[in-house]
Design a binder for this molecule. Sequence first.
Ligand SMILES: CC(C)(COP(=O)(O)OP(=O)(O)OC[C@H]1O[C@@H](n2cnc3c(N)ncnc32)[C@H](O)[C@@H]1OP(=O)(O)O)[C@@H](O)C(=O)NCCC(=O)NCCS
Length: 241
Amino acid sequence: MPFLMFILFVLIVVLVYFVFVSLVFRGEIKATFDRDPAATSFLEVLLTYAGLHAIIAYRITHKLREIKIPFFPRLISQLAKWFTGIEIHPGASIGQGLFIDHGMGVVIGETSIIGENVTLFQGVTLGGTGKERGKRHPTLGNNVVVGAGAKILGNVKIGDNVQIGANAVVIKDAPPNSTVVGVPGKIVKKEGKKISGVSLDHTSLPDPITQRLDRLQKEIDHIEAEIKDHHDKKRQENENI
Ligand SMILES: CC(C)(COP(=O)(O)OP(=O)(O)OC[C@H]1O[C@@H](n2cnc3c(N)ncnc32)[C@H](O)[C@@H]1OP(=O)(O)O)[C@@H](O)C(=O)NCCC(=O)NCCS
């Protein structure tokens, strides 16, 4: 009998959890169905989508932080990171309808602001540059899509409907309705039109280390030539004496 009571209790808790999550997170659940063709069943989304679990944990930690509970928001967010592979700082501000696809390796920094209906793929970092204090993470508008592995660094503003290409490193503002790709991120499309004159030839990007070595080699050649010149002059003087 106590065992049956226990099973009943667990079932009720699970049911209450499902009802609570489906009501409070209906925006995120809808976003998952809208934006992931692989999402087929409600139960699957509720139980297996790490992105959704990370957002649930974030909403709890954000509320705890708002009412000034110390320590626990960070603790819960770290536990959530262990389970989901996604690190969302409790201080970040995130709008409705965020969809984190696959999720592993996503990092959202403390002062990040994310608008509504944003999509982040795996490996995305909304981080600081390491040089700033205060508001040091990006602000993303509504309907922004950030491709897998992309990094947006510093207090930059990404406008509404911007698409950031996979693996881009964005360190400057992006205007609304634009596409940014490459390292460092360049605007290649604006209002649906391609921007001419933007070179995406990544095989010809300048290599600063090689450039510096070339400069050093030139300086060494110059010094060697001067020393040789000096020795020649000395030998000439000795021969004339
Ligand atoms: C950037 C992206 C959103 C496409 O946006 P778009 O506005 O339709 O842009 P286009 O496809 O017209 O590409 C514009 C230019 O950028 C280049 N480009 C596109 N994506 C790029 C990327 N990730 N890195 C470098 N260049 C890229 C294109 O080759 C094209 O160059 P061209 O003008 O010299 O031909 C898309 O390519 C992308 O990277 N999506 C991320 C998807 C993702 O991460 N999926 C993971 C699933 S698990």
